[in-house]
Write a protein that binds this ligand. Structure first.
Ligand code: FES
Length: 160
C-alpha cells in the first residue's frame, strides 16, 4: 500500500484533473477554477496555474495576474492553521475590522500572509454563511461566532 501522503497527492491530482476537464475552454471560468484548485491543494501551485492557462487558452501571465490580484488566492502553502475572518456585510457591520486588526496585531501579519513559524495564515472572505453569528471567524473547520477582540488570544492559544 502507498503511504498516506502519496495517496493524498494522487487524490488531489485526480480531483484537479476533473475540474480542469469540466471547465476546459471556458475562459469565463478562470476565477471559479482558481477557487476550486485552491480548495483542492490549499494554495495555487505554479504547475496548476500553468495547466489552468493551457486549459482555458489564456497566457500564463494572465492567469498569474488574476491569481495575484485577488486577496483570496494564495501562491504558497498556508500555515498549519488557517484563520478566516468574515468581512461580509453582516460581519462588517458587527465590526469585523476590529477582529482582523486584533489578529493582525497579535500575529504581526496582514491578510493573506503566513506567520514566519508557519503556524497561522490569515485570510478574509466575503461571507461564511452564518451571518446571525456575526462577527464570525473560522480557524480551520472550527467556527467562532460573536467574536470579541478580547477573546481572541485565548482562541489562538488552542492552535499550536
Ligand atoms: S457576513 Fe459574515 S457570515 Fe455572513
Amino acid at each position: 500500500m502507498n503511504p498516506p501522503s502519496q495517496h493524498h497527492t494522487r487524490r488531489k491530482e485526480s480531483a484537479f484533473a476533473r475540474v480542469l476537464k469540466a471547465r476546459r475552454g471556458k475562459r469565463g471560468a478562470l476565477i471559479p477554477l482558481l477557487q476550486q484548485s485552491q480548495g483542492i491543494f490549499g494554495y495555487l501551485p505554479e504547475d496548476a496555474l500553468t495547466r489552468i492557462a493551457r486549459a482555458l487558452s489564456l497566457s500564463p501571465a494572465e492567469v498569474y495576474g488574476v491569481a495575484t490580484f485577488y486577496g483570496q488566492f494564495r501562491l504558497f502553502p498556508a500555515g498549519r492553521h488557517l484563520i478566516t475572518v468574515c468581512h461580509g456585510t453582516a460581519c462588517h457591520v458587527a465590526s469585523a475590522e476590529r477582529i482582523s486588526e486584533t489578529i493582525g496585531r497579535l500575529l504581526k501579519i496582514n491578510p493573506g500572509a503566513t506567520t514566519p513559524d508557519r503556524r497561522f495564515t490569515l485570510q478574509h472572505v466575503a461571507c461564511l454563511g452564518c451571518c446571525s453569528l456575526s462577527p464570525v471567524m473560522m480557524i480551520n473547520a472550527d467556527v467562532y461566532g460573536r467574536v470579541a477582540p478580547a477573546g481572541i488570544p485565548a482562541i489562538l492559544e488552542r492552535y499550536r
